[in-house]
Design a protein around this ligand. Structure first.
Ligand code: 5AD
Ligand code: SF4
Length: 446
C-alpha cells in the first residue's frame, strides 16, 4: 500500500534506551532518502522495522509477540517487508530462532552495520530474497548519516558507542561492542548545525560518557567537550547520559559550575547499595565511594537532581545487602530511580552465578524499594511548590490534552495550561503541585 503521494511507506517500532531511539532516527532518515514516507500504522506500511533491545525485562517475549502479529500481514501482502535490527540481533541464539521459526522476516541486521541498511533493504526488495547480515564488532564510526529527528528543538547526539565495563549482569558490551568515541570536531559540527536549525537542547549519549576520548588520538576529554559545546550559540541546555560513577571526574563536577548551559542533573546508576554486591557486579566502587561522590556533586551544585538505576535481587543478595540499598536510597534522596528486577541475560557472567534469589523474595524487596523511592520523589517534588522554573515546552500533555508539558533544567516533567505557540520555547512556570512523577504549574508572564 502506498501513501497519498504515491511514495512507499515505512513504520519503525523502537524498544529500549535512548541509543536505540537515536539509531531509529538514523534508520528513518535513510528510509526518507530512499524515497519512503513515514506511516503511523505498521499494518499499512510497505516496510516494517523493529529495532530491538536486550536489556529490558521480557524483551524477548515482547519482540517475538510483535513479530507474530506481522505474520498475518505478510500472508495478506507478500510484498510487505519485515526488517529486524538492534541489540537482540547481536545474540546468536536470537538469530537462530528467527531463522528457524519466523520465516516471514526478510532482513536481519545488527547494531554495527546500521549504515548498510539502505543497500540491504534495496537488495531485499529488488531481488525478493532474505538477507541476514550481522557484524561481530566495529571499530570505525560512520559519520554523516541522515536523520529524521523527533523534535525540532531538542536532539540526541551520540558522542561515543559501546562499553568496556563488563558489569557481570549486563549484555551491552556484547551487543554494542567496545568503546569508540566520535571525534570532537564531528560532534561540535553536528551540534552547530542543530543549533542553526533551531535546536536548543542537546542530550549527549554514550553508555559511559565519562570515559569519552580515553585511548583516542585527540586530547579532548568529556569535560572539555562540554566546555566546547557550551560555547555554541543557540544551544541553551546541555544534558548527558549515562555516567558510570567510577569514572566521574572532579573536572566534570567543576564543569557544572563553569558551564552555565550544563543542566544541573545527572543520571548516576548505582545498581546496589551493598559493597559486596557491587563487587560481584564488577562495578568497581563501594557504597561509601558512591556516597562521597554524591556529596561532592551536591556541594558543588546544590540544586542538582540525581537519578539512578537500581537492580533488585542480584544473585547472592542477602537481606542485609538489600538493607544497604534502602539505606543508600534514603541517604542520597534520588529525585527518581529506575528500578529493575534482576533477570538473567544469556552469555553474561552472572548467568552462571549459583545463588539466584527466589522470585518471591525479589518482588517483595522490589516493592519495598519502589515504595521508599516514590515517597522520596513525592517529598522532593512537593518542595518545588511555589518555586518558578524555566520549562522547555515539548507539546500537549499525553494525559490531559488541555495541558502542555515540558521539562525543567533538572529534567522534571511539568504540566501547565499553555498554547501551541509555546512549543519549543523556554518559559517560566510556577509550580502549584508536586506529585510523585510530575509537577503541575502555571505559566508566569514575563
Ligand atoms: N537485570 C536487571 N536489570 C538490568 N539492567 C541491565 N542488565 C540487567 C539485568 N540483567 C539495568 C541496569 C542498567 C539499566 C539500563 O538496566 O540497572 O543500568
Ligand atoms: Fe552495561 Fe555496565 Fe556498560 Fe552500563 S557500564 S552498559 S551496565 S556493562
Amino acid at each position: 500500500m502506498t501513501g497519498k503521494d504515491n511514495r512507499k511507506t515505512f513504520h519503525i517500532q523502537t524498544f529500549g534506551c535512548q541509543m536505540n531511539v537515536r539509531d531509529s532516527e538514523t534508520l528513518a532518515g535513510m528510509l526518507e532518502e530512499l524515497g519512503f514516507a513515514e506511516s503511523k500504522n505498521k499494518r499499512e506500511a510497505d516496510v516494517a522495522v523493529i529495532n530491538t533491545c536486550s536489556v529490558r525485562e521480557n524483551a524477548d517475549q515482547k519482540f517475538f509477540g510483535t513479530l507474530g502479529q506481522l505474520k498475518k500481514i505478510k500472508e495478506e501482502r507478500p510484498d510487505f517487508v519485515v526488517a529486524v535490527c538492534g541489540c537482540m540481533m547481536q545474540q546468536q541464539h536470537i538469530v537462530d530462532t528467527l531463522k528457524e521459526k519466523y520465516p516471514w522476516v526478510d532482513l536481519i541486521f545488527g547494531t554495527h552495520n546500521i549504515h548498510e541498511f539502505p543497500r540491504l533493504l534495496t537488495n531485499v526488495i529488488s531481488e525478493r530474497k532474505k538477507i541476514v547480515d550481522i557484524w561481530d564488532n566495529s571499530e570505525d564510526i560512520i559519520e554523516g548519516l541522515p536523520s529524521k529527528r523527533e523534535f525540532p528543538f531538542k536532539a540526541y547526539v551520540n558522542i561515543m558507542y559501546g562499553c568496556n565495563n563488563f558489569c557481570t549482569y549486563c549484555i551491552v558490551p556484547y551487543t554494542r561492542g567496545r568503546e569508540r568515541s566520535r571525534r570532537p570536531e564531528e560532534i561540535i559540527n553536528e551540534i552547530r548545525n542543530l543549533a542553526a536549525s533551531g535546536v536548543k537542547e542537546v542530550m549527549l549519549l554514550g553508555q559511559n560518557v565519562n570515559s569519552y576520548g580515553v585511548g583516542c588520538d585527540f586530547n579532548t576529554d568529556f569535560a572539555d567537550l562540554i566546555g566546547q559545546i557550551n560555547e555554541i550559540e543557540g544551544i541553551e541546555r546541555i544534558r548527558f547520559t549515562t555516567s558510570h560513577p567510577k569514572d566521574l571526574s572532579d573536572k566534570l563536577i567543576e564543569a557544572f559550575r563553569t558551564c552555565e548551559k550544563l543542566c544541573p542533573s545527572i543520571h548516576l546508576p548505582v545498581q546496589s547499595g551493598s559493597t559486596a554486591v557491587l563487587r560481584r557486579m564488577n562495578r568497581k566502587y563501594t557504597k561509601e565511594e558512591y556516597l562521597d561522590l554524591v556529596g561532592k556533586l551536591k556541594a558543588a551544585v546544590p540544586d542538582i537532581a540525581i537519578t539512578t538505576d537500581i537492580i533488585v535481587g542480584f544473585p547472592g543478595e542477602t537481606d542485609e545487602d538489600f538493607n544497604d540499598t534502602l539505606d543508600l536510597v534514603e541517604r542520597v534522596r534520588f529525585d527518581s530511580a529506575f528500578t529493575f528486577l534482576y533477570s538473567i541475560r544469556k552469555g553474561t557472567p552472572a548467568e552462571k552465578y549459583k545463588d539466584q534469589v527466589p522470585e518471591a523474595v525479589k518482588h517483595e524487596r522490589f516493592n519495598r524499594l519502589v515504595e521508599l523511592q516514590n515517597k522520596i520523589s513525592a517529598e522532593i517534588n512537593k518542595a518545588c511548590e511555589g518555586k518558578v522554573f524555566p520549562v522547555l515546552v515539548e507539546g500537549p500533555s499525553k494525559t490531559n490534552p488541555k495541558n502542555y508539558s515540558g521539562r525543567t533544567e533538572t529534567g522534571k516533567l511539568v504540566h501547565f495550561r499553555g498554547s501551541p505557540d509555546l512549543i519549543g520555547q523556554i518559559v517560566p512556570v510556577r509550580i502549584t503541585e508536586g506529585k510523585t512523577f510530575a509537577l503541575f504549574g502555571e505559566r508566569v508572564e514575563e
